[in-house]
Ligand binder design. Structure first.
Ligand code: UD1
Ligand code: MG
Length: 464
């Protein structure tokens, strides 16, 4: 045995992500398919990083460039090493592609599958702990397993006398008796890195799929007299793999249920119908907020306390204060809504729009990169783009900031306590001073002084 006590060895993680995923029937590599708006591989990378390993190795092959990009969206370049598997000859061959980086490492290697996205860091920590402490010296290999009601498709765990690990038999290679076994291989393992790479040399491809199976390694280690352990886990959902689109939708549902359950039980959020709410794992929602059916909340959205979000609304990467009411069918992207605002129905906020506290945006109003001041209102049918609007101003129905001259975007500045009459066209760049008004249908091409009333086309001053 090595001199280094196992518990002091560094931890490396290897993620298998080179396969095409034939059963997905897709032109896209399997690990790029999305769950909760992020590729499968991102979920696994984030979990891996939370274990603070020395290094994360990702085996790429099919659509390697896209997979690399997805990984680097999640991990820092310094945290990850990419390993290319030239031809997809099986999971054993995939691990073998990393030989030049890992074969001589005195480390513990945690192997994760890019298509098993729900596994939790706590579970992996338990697996690693048991691996390191097995019989006081650590195991050569520890396999994460669960017992499933329906084990179809997974590799089965064959145990011998006294429950000792014997082998992993793939579904396609299993006989009738072995197919009855309900304990399955999760595709997640810990290995003594050096022992793994020396055993890999003995893996052959004489099986139903003609592939080099990583699952043969534990048996080879056992035959070499090395200790192989099993870590049987209780939560069957965490280890569900994605091999086809039906399983992809199952995972989506499981993750959503996990997220919504946490929001209800730990954070006091009401879901009128949890089955039809789509909430990102990273969203934060405050106490006594009520979410109606068919609401989608994506990305790192934060929503305060006591809000009401009505049906058909989608909120992405936005910040919503407390006491906000968002009526049906609104789209809010990359924007901020402060406390006590009212939005919708049918409103569209995008491109860093900001609604200050107590402001109101009504039906068929679009705000793009616009700051709507506290207590101001745009109640109906307006386009407000690249504008700053002060406090307690009223934007009449049909108002448009004409911000684009065909080449450049220009700004509109509206002060506080302004009344913009219905159907006003504000031809930017233009400003309207505090307390000013525009008549219905006016086309404002020149700056309006504070307190003035302008009317007509083009708008002229009527009174000071
Ligand atoms: C694998 C296990 C099986 C286990 C199941 C758990 C093997 C032989 N079988 O089966 O025992 O129950 O996972 O989910 O390991 N990959 C590569 N290169 C390859 C082949 C695969 O990188 O040449 C990657 C895939 O992208 C995927 C992972 O390895 O992320 C698993 O491959 P997959 O084909 O899904 O294996 P399963 O049939 O699910
Ligand atoms: Mg799989």
């Amino acid at each position: 045995m090595d001199e280094t006590p196992t518990e002091h060895r560094p931890l490396d993680v290897l993620i298998l992500a080179a396969g095409l995923g034939t059963r997905m029937r897709s032109d896209q590599a399997k690990v790029l398919h999305e769950v909760d708006g992020r590729p499968l591989i991102s979920h696994v990378c984030r979990t891996a990083a939370s274990l603070a390993p020395e290094k994360i190795y990702v085996v790429v092959g099919h659509q390697g460039d896209e997979v690399r990009k997805a990984v680097l969206n999640e991990l820092d370049e310094s945290e990850v090493t990419f390993v290319e598997q030239k031809a997809q000859l099986g999971t054993g061959d995939a691990v073998n592609s990393a030989r030049e980086y890992l074969a001589d490492r005195d480390s513990t290697l945690l192997i994760l599958s890019g298509d098993v996205p729900l596994i939790r860091p706590e579970t992996l920590a338990g697996l690693i702990r048991q691996h390191l402490s097995h019989r006081g010296r650590g195991a050569a290999s520890t396999i994460l397993t669960v017992k499933l009601k329906d084990p179809a498709g997974y590799g089965r765990i064959v145990r011998g006398d006294g429950g000792i690990f014997e082998s992993i038999v793939e579904q396609k290679d299993a006989n009738d008796e072995q197919r009855e076994i309900r304990e399955i291989n999760a595709g997640i393992y810990c290995f003594d890195t050096k022992l793994l790479f020396s055993a890999l040399e003995g893996v052959k491809n004489d099986n139903a799929q003609g592939e080099y199976y990583l699952t043969d390694v534990p048996t080879l280690l056992r035959h070499a007299g090395e200790p192989v352990a099993i870590y049987q886990h209780g939560d069957t959902q965490e280890i569900e793999g994605v091999n086809n689109r039906l399983q992809l939708s199952d995972i989506e549902r499981l993750l959503r249920r996990r997220t919504i359950g946490r929001l209800m039980l730990d954070y006091g959020v009401t879901f009128v119908d949890p089955r039809t709410a789509y909430i990102s794992e990273f969203a934060r929602i405050g106490r006594d907020t009520v979410i109606y059916p068919n609401v989608t909340i994506e990305g790192e959205t934060v929503i305060g306390d006591g809000c009401v979000i009505r049906s058909g609304t989608r909120i992405t990467n936005s910040k919503i204060g407390s006491g906000v009411e968002i009526l049906d069918h609104c789209v809010v992207t990359d924007s901020e809504i402060e406390g006590e605002c009212k939005v919708g129905p049918f409103a569209h906020l995008r491109g860093h729009a900001v609604m200050r506290s107590g402001s109101k945006v009504g039906n068929f109003v679009e705000l793009k990169k616009t700051d709507l001041g506290s207590g101001s209102k745009a109640n109906h049918l307006a386009y407000l783009g690249d504008a700053t609007i002060g406090e307690k101003s009223n934007i009449g129905a049909g108002t448009i900031t004409c911000n684009y001259d065909g080449v450049n975007k220009h700004k509109t500045q509206i002060g506080s306590n302004v009344k913009i009459g219905s159907d006003t066209m504000l031809v930017a760049p233009v400003s309207v001073g505090d307390g000013a008004s525009t008549g219905a249908g006016s086309v404002v091409t020149k700056d309006v002084e504070a307190g003035d009333l302008v009317v007509g086309i083009p708008a002229r001053v009527r009174k000071g």
